[in-house]
Design a protein. Sequence first.
Length: 119
Amino acid sequence: MDITGEDALQLTGVFLVAGAIGFPLIIWLGAIGRLRPNRWIGYRSDHLLESPVAWARGHRAALPMVVVASLATLVLAVTGLLIPWLIAKAAVLFLAAVAIFGGGLRGQLLADDAAALDD
């Protein structure tokens, strides 16, 4: 069974949709305190891992940015999955990946800044 470029792009789109749904859920769980400080899942930095209060404050600060980035990723990924032209599909899925990565990175910076307010 050969995997084509079209198949790879479809799989990429499915993973982006899953990430766009799961990522804000993880950050939300950290924001409400259901996800405790840990080194495996959620935003992790020295400031965020100092206490459960810093962890929740940081995740609350990041949540709006993560939600916006995830919504943009979801729209772009679904659009990319529906586009029949291979080059356009690749371009739109690339933009979806940039949206989730950029939003996640900015969320990490917001979370770390908010958690550092305890210092």
